[in-house]
Write a protein that binds this ligand. Structure first.
Ligand code: DP6
Length: 331
């Protein structure tokens, strides 16, 4: 049995967002979510289980730096889940690299916890299917459940641990979309998503979003099936704005936007109305804006963003595959 495995896993961008949990321990979300797995923003993780007992604690490096015990906590908790599932008590050596900057507005917890789950389980010799791995990854980070699959993915909220899992709706080559992230601030956010999910239920608007989201999920599934950007775009904008309205009206309020965020939203509206460019926005738990469009207009959007003084950098990604096993290990 091998005790070391390395996997590369793409992050994902949600078209219908996960925001709020009905069960915080299990990470059962308030609603289903739909995302696109990203080819060009990924985490590579090696997990080596110390079967010989050389280590006295888990050792975790991220982008070449050893994590402090406080920063490693969430990862160690996840390693504890894997140990409990396998019935072992080995320490682990974990090395992980993101090919994108941590505060870029690309979810490193999605790709990170998905990679940790698949590498950790594989290295323990646990030959579990992707659906089961999706449920395990979800415990580490909700959005990680979706990164276990490539292409276009839906996470069914379910109500029990093994039911709350993602599945693929379409493979990556179904539709050549682009996610163009306009980075307006690379500062680390003050409130993590994990804490934000707990606050969602304090918003007077959360119920309104819950009622409407079922219809939006149907719309997004149909727009994806038809590859219809003019149908997909308005729904993803509406959902992102509604999620941010929930965030802003939580107690305490979560206001992630910066002036640059607003400047981009106005620009996107102008580019559509005045120049006929079919480009739409979505925003995660931060100030950076993801622009979604088809591949043919991506170079035009990138060059317009590069000319905006509010935009620090631009990162573009295509739809990507599910977890890829890598023969060479990180150390
Ligand atoms: C706004 O999955 O990052 O990106 O479970 O605490 O890791 P944790 O939260 P996370 O929340 C994602 C929130 C979001 C929307 C989404 O990706 O669906």
């Amino acid at each position: 049995m091998t005790h070391t495995a390395t996997f590369r896993v793409g992050s994902n961008i949600a078209f219908i967002k996960y925001w709020g949990v009905s069960d915080a321990t299990l990470n059962i979300p308030l609603n289903n979510s739909i995302s696109m797995t990203l080819a060009d923003a990924h985490t590579t993780t090696t997990v080596a289980w110390d079967v010989d007992g050389r280590l006295s604690a888990d050792s975790i490096t991220l982008d070449g730096e050893e994590l402090s015990p406080a920063r490693a906590r969430r990862i160690v908790d996840h390693l504890d889940r894997l140990r409990a599932l396998a019935g072992v008590n080995y320490c682990a050596q974990v090395a992980s690299w993101n090919n994108f900057p941590t505060a870029s507005g690309i979810a490193s917890s999605a790709s990170g916890f998905a990679a940790l789950t698949v590498a950790g389980c594989t290295a323990l010799g646990l030959d579990w299917d992707t659906t089961r791995l999706s449920a395990i990854a979800r415990r580490g980070s909700g959005s990680a459940s979706r990164s276990l699959f490539g292409g276009f993915v839906e996470w069914n909220k379910g109500s029990r641990d093994e039911e709350s899992v993602a599945h693929q709706i379409h493979p990556a080559d179904h539709w050549d979309l682009r996610d163009i992230v306009a980075v307006v601030s690379a500062e680390e956010k003050k409130v993590s998503s994990a804490n934000g999910h707990l606050l969602a239920l304090t918003s007077p608007l959360v119920e309104a979003r819950s009622i409407r989201v079922t219809g939006w999920l149907d719309e997004v599934r149909e727009a994806l099936a038809e590859r219809d950007i003019a149908r997909l775009g308005p729904i993803i904008e509406l959902d992102a704005l509604t999620m941010h309205s929930v965030m802003m009206t939580s107690q305490p309020s979560l206001l992630y936007w910066q002036p640059g965020t607003m400047a981009i939203l106005h620009a996107v509206g102008r580019w559509r109305a005045e120049d006929g460019l079919p480009v739409y926005f979505t925003i995660d738990a931060g100030p950076n804006v993801h622009l979604i469009c088809e591949a043919d207009i991506a170079p035009e959007i990138e060059s317009r963003l590069a000319q905006m003084s509010e935009v620090e950098s631009v990162i573009t990604s295509r739809p990507g595959p599910g977890p890829q096993r890598i023969d060479e290990h990180l150390s």
